[in-house]
Write a protein that binds this ligand. Structure first.
Ligand code: ZN
Length: 135
């Protein structure tokens, strides 16, 4: 791992939010690179200083606005996820409908023309009877 990559990942490393494998790679680099070691130490001091600061309390109004914005964001993300899920299966759905339509058409075609004397085609029976009368 090079210095640029390590510097990019250091803030996340300092917050202990990297995977074990990536963190180990960074530790290996820090062991041999004084420049990145110095940067890591600085970020560690900064992180500790930030954590020691008192957290400002948000006013009730700001709190409600943040919660509302967060709720909208979560709902939009959820809906986008749903639509993406459907879009991923759209090809399958359309193909399935086409096959189902073909099978229904095949079934209807077969039942009308292959068995003209069955009870559910009275028009064809009547037609064939009248045709016989004029011969
Ligand atoms: Zn380095």
């Amino acid at each position: 791992m090079d210095c640029e990559t390590v510097n990019h990942l250091l803030p996340t490393y300092v917050d202990s939010e990297l995977s074990h494998g990536t963190a180990t790679e960074i530790q290996s680099h820090l062991a041999v690179c004084p420049a990145c070691q110095e940067e890591a130490a600085f970020l560690q001091r900064l992180s500790t200083a930030m954590e020691s600061l008192p957290r400002p309390a948000a006013s009730g109004k700001l709190n409600r606005r943040i919660r509302k914005a967060f709720r909208i964001e979560v709902e939009e993300t959820f809906l986008e996820g749903r639509w993406n899920f459907l879009a991923g299966y759209m090809d399958t759905i359309i193909y399935g409908l086409a096959v189902a339509g073909f099978l229904v058409g095949l079934f209807l075609g077969t039942s009308f023309f292959s068995f003209p004397n069955t009870p559910h085609t009275p028009d064809l029976i009547a037609y064939s009877d009248t045709e016989g009368m004029f011969r």
